[in-house]
Design a protein around this ligand. Structure first.
Ligand SMILES: [Zn+2]
Ligand SMILES: [Zn+2]
Length: 401
């Protein structure tokens, strides 16, 4: 593994920084302490900082040996927010804030990008053009990337491409992955209200019972992916909440259904939304019920552009050799880096977090998987992740993809 030796030396300091962030988790758009810490470190290393994009976002700008004369620029992005959940770990760096936890490793993402920024600031002779290090808030449902884009991320900081990286538990430690096309799915929510006419459960002829209508509807929704979506395309419709009634002898007025839809393309998403609306309204109409249909698109699919994905993969090979670069199936999880990839070419990369053996004594005893209360970021990744960011920037700024 061709790691930059500087990161072996700074690994302990960066790991301490990561653990400090882990111990002080902050939720969507509340990353005040974390962004202060990021900004202070960048400033300490002589990096120009810009704050306030997406409220708590931070951008650090590094010009290379040409002082930024070249218009060539790259964006490297990390996320800073934690999750609203209780940590089970009791080791020294466990969360000090009840009900908040870095269970997705964004503490590690922030630390790896900081390490890379520190190196690049000290070695400006190794690149020409500009590196923007982007620390975004609110990845976990808040659309922090979208907010940074709205606040002018790509107009204030022009760049040709932007890259993101996520740790991936279960992948063998010391490996990385990236592929062209979909990396993560679009994430969407729906709420359907079937409105009938309630009444006495012993007199069904006097009511419009929404319960059997909702039952038909739940099953009919499952035919959309199996019968309308092209078999080689992917889609998920999950009805996850069903709310109706409070008494055994009362037919309720309405039934509420909620759930999630995931797809890898906007075309499939358009089709699913349109068919869900048709099926819901038609089934309700067939039974004399009213239909309320709401569909909210949260995150678009995360789609890597082919040249940038190939470029990132080449950099991984340079560091890890062929055997260290593994294939990665797209995930039906979602990621708001998608909003940046709607604006700029780029790729979302994965770095293995290993199987959980790295965790210090006092971990919660559960699996080391994302969003699990026993999760912890693997500090051994820091030299690899930071080397990858540095090499990616250096290579990007010295040749065309
Ligand atoms: Zn997450
Ligand atoms: Zn995450």
């Amino acid at each position: 593994m061709a790691l930059l030796p500087e990161f072996q030396e700074s690994a302990a300091a960066i790991a301490a920084l990561r653990r400090d962030i882990h111990a002080h988790p902050e939720l969507c758009f509340e990353e005040v302490r974390t962004s202060d810490l990021v900004a202070a470190k960048l400033a300490q290393w002589g990096i120009e900082i810009h704050r306030g994009l997406g409220r708590t976002g931070v951008v650090g700008t590094l010009h290379g040996r040409d002082g930024g004369q070249s218009s060539r620029a790259i964006g490297l992005r990390a996320d800073m927010d934690a999750l609203p959940m209780q940590e089970f770990n009791t080791f020294a760096h466990a969360s000090r804030h009840a009900g908040k936890m870095h269970a997705c490793g964004h503490d590690g993402h922030t630390a790896m990008l900081l390490a890379a920024a520190q190196y690049l600031a000290a070695h400006r002779e190794t690149f020409e053009g500009t590196v923007h290090v982007i620390f975004q808030p609110a990845e976990e449902g808040g659309g922090g990337a979208r907010e940074m884009v709205k606040d002018g991320l790509f107009t204030q900081f022009p760049m040709q491409a932007v890259f993101g990286m996520h740790n991936w538990p279960g992948m063998k430690a010391g490996t990385m992955a990236v592929g062209a096309g979909p990396a993560m799915a679009s994430s969407n929510e729906f709420r359907i209200v079937v409105r009938g006419k309630g009444g006495h459960a012993a007199m069904p002829h006097m009511v419009t019972d929404p319960v059997p209508v909702a039952a038909q509807l739940i099953l009919a929704l499952q035919t959309i992916v199996s019968r309308n979506v092209k078999p080689i395309e992917a889609g998920v419709i999950s009805v996850t909440m069903v709310h109706a009634g409070e008494a055994t002898n009362v037919v309720p007025d309405s039934v509420e259904l909620q759930g999630t839809v995931r797809t890898f393309s906007l075309e499939v998403l358009d089709l699913i939304e349109q068919r869900m609306r048709q099926v819901s309204e038609s089934i309700c109409a067939a039974h004399g019920a009213q239909c309320g249909f709401e569909f909210v698109r949260n995150y678009p699919p995360t789609i890597n552009s082919a040249p940038e994905a190939a470029f990132a993969q080449q950099v991984m090979r340079e560091i890890l050799g062929d055997e260290g670069v593994v294939p990665q199936e797209p995930s039906m999880g979602a990621e708001d880096f998608a909003f940046m990839l709607l604006e700029k070419p780029g790729a979302y990369c994965f770095i293995a977090n290993g199987d959980g053996d790295h965790r210090a004594l006092g971990h919660g005893g559960g699996p080391c998987t994302l969003h699990n209360p026993s999760y912890d970021f693997n500090d051994a990744l820091i030299p690899l992740g930071a080397t990858f960011w540095v090499r990616l920037a250096q290579r990007w700024l010295s040749c065309s993809p």
